[in-house]
Design a protein around this ligand. Structure first.
Ligand SMILES: [Zn+2]
Length: 504
């Protein structure tokens, strides 16, 4: 931001050389404010064009993975290029490859030990690995700690353990423990890891719902690393489980119909260097997810394409609007624009980016994310996390300039802060709220469109959107140019993570 002193100086000098007093008005126009600069690039037809493309039927709801999602990625990348946004230093593309795999669960399978037969999926699930056909000697290893593996003669055996470690009851912890046991399995050359599962917090029926349907996940490992088949057995039948734990007995495991497929998906990333040498090594992240949920059940009109106009073509285009604006008029700090893949599959693209940042995260002073469930109040903007960082007055000022009220999340029970990509940056310590259309409650209007086929571009109020986009871009400029701290407020859940990141 230009200092008031410089503005005054510039006006005086120019006035000195002009003889007509009415020129003062012209002169003031020559020194644009961040608000003027915002207004100079944000216009409703550009916004409409982008949204109508991204949320078109031809892009089929931008599912992760899908060819249409990659078309959207290409569109975002070429638009960045057209706007003059640069690739990140050292990168040869605007596309950051996010390795993912699509897992189709097995259709049939049995584990046979003695006279017992366990059937898939009512009695067991294959959590990791593809089709299996193996035989081996059973070895029961209690909780399967490193010490248990070291002591036992485990090579080429089917290792049976209790799920999790001693004293753990949380299924989340059990997943982590299982991952470690699987790695031990790889290291010690065992044939399979079979864990006995019984957990009231996450009953078998719920596990089935998740693991017994196709799912997409980040695949951060090499093919070798997930070599050992990893299985959970339902502990429902005590007699069968007693047989499964009998050391020395022979077991056979067969599983068929499963499929793991590597898929190509991308985050789209570009940057604009800052204008002030003193702070240009710092940068602000402007981000949004560009995927949605693809096709789904037909609605009353027979429509099966979930266009995701609100969620999140709108967010993607707010970031595009900031990119166009900042590329033409750089802020003092550098700007990094990121469009995430796989948000709807579990915040996958942002999780991957936060673990593999293309610029050092401790130079990112802020992440201003944009994501939307929908809107039911066009007098306001909902900023999830507004009151949690010191950027609050800047964001409020930007919204007020275009006649909108900036409001903190009014549906905290929905846990929206933790349901979008911003949380992956917050967890690393980067202050990261989410800018959303005005939402006062999850009422009938929201539910009519939220994750529905009805969420199409023709149902949006573009008069409101123009103000909404201008508010976002103006706020971006104020944050990118500010002299004040935009850090977490003291006492925030992520305050300490932030202190650790920035070594305060
Ligand atoms: Zn969504």
């Amino acid at each position: 931001m230009i200092s008031p002193f410089r503005i005054l100086l510039a006006i005086s000098v120019l006035t000195l050389f002009s003889c007509k007093t009415q020129d003062l008005a012209k002169v003031q126009k020559i020194i644009p404010t961040d608000k003027n600069i915002t207004e100079s690039t944000v216009n409703v037809n550009t916004i409409k064009g982008h949204i109508y493309f991204l949320a078109s039927d031809e892009l089929a709801g931008r599912d992760t993975p899908s060819p249409e999602l990659n078309i959207a990625a290409r569109y975002l990348a070429t638009t960045l290029e057209r706007y003059g946004v640069k690739k990140v230093l050292g990168a040869d593309s605007y596309l950051q490859k996010v390795p993912m795999k699509k897992v189709t669960p097995a259709t049939t399978g049995t584990i046979k030990v003695g006279t017992q037969t366990f059937n898939l999926p009512s009695d067991f699930l294959l959590l990791s690995g593809e089709d299996i056909d193996l035989k081996g000697e059973i070895l029961f290893l209690q909780h399967g700690t490193e010490a248990d593996f070291e002591k036992g003669n485990v090579k080429d055996k089917i290792i049976v353990t209790l799920a999790g470690y001693e004293g753990q009851s949380n299924p989340q912890e059990w997943f982590y423990a299982g991952r470690e046991k699987q790695e031990r399995g790889n290291k010690y050359g065992v044939k399979a890891i079979v864990e006995i599962y019984s957990n009231a917090q996450l009953p078998w029926a719920f596990l089935l719902q998740f693991f017994n349907q196709p799912r997409t996940m980040v695949d951060d490992t090499t093919a070798d690393e997930d070599g050992t088949p990893y299985i959970w057995v339902n502990a429902g039948d005590p007699a069968a489980i007693a047989d499964l734990k009998k050391n020395g007995s022979q077991g056979t495991i067969t599983v068929t119909g499963s499929k793991e497929e590597m898929v190509e998906t991308y985050n789209v990333v570009g940057m604009v260097a800052g204008s002030d040498p003193a702070v240009k090594d710092e940068y602000v992240i402007y981000s949004a997810h560009y995927d949605h949920i693809g096709r789904g059940a037909a609605d009353a009109s027979g429509d099966t394409i979930y266009n995701g106009a609100r969620d999140n073509a709108v967010g993607s285009v707010t970031v595009l609007s900031a990119a166009e604006n900042i590329s033409k008029n750089p802020t003092r700090r550098s700007a990094l624009f990121i469009f995430f893949t796989g948000e709807e599959k579990g915040l996958l693209g942002s999780a991957y980016y936060a673990d593999h940042p293309m610029l050092p995260l401790d130079k990112a002073i802020y992440c201003f994310n944009s994501d939307n469930a929908g809107y039911n109040d066009t007098s306001r903007v909902t900023i999830i996390g507004l009151t949690r960082t010191h950027a609050q007055p800047l964001i409020e000022k930007a919204c007020a300039a275009f006649g909108l009220n900036a409001k903190e999340d009014e549906v905290p029970e929905q846990g929206l802060f933790d349901r979008s990509d911003n949380v992956n940056f917050a967890a690393k310590g980067v202050p990261a709220p989410t800018f959303s259309m005005g939402l006062t409650s999850f009422d009938e209007v929201i539910n009519r469109y939220y994750h529905q086929a009805a969420d199409g571009p023709e149902t949006l109020d573009y008069e409101y959107l123009e103000k909404f986009f201008k508010s976002y871009v103006y706020a971006c400029r104020l944050i990118g140019n500010t002299d004040q701290s935009v850090f977490w407020k003291e006492g925030d859940k992520y305050f300490e993570a932030g202190e650790a990141l920035y070594k305060k």
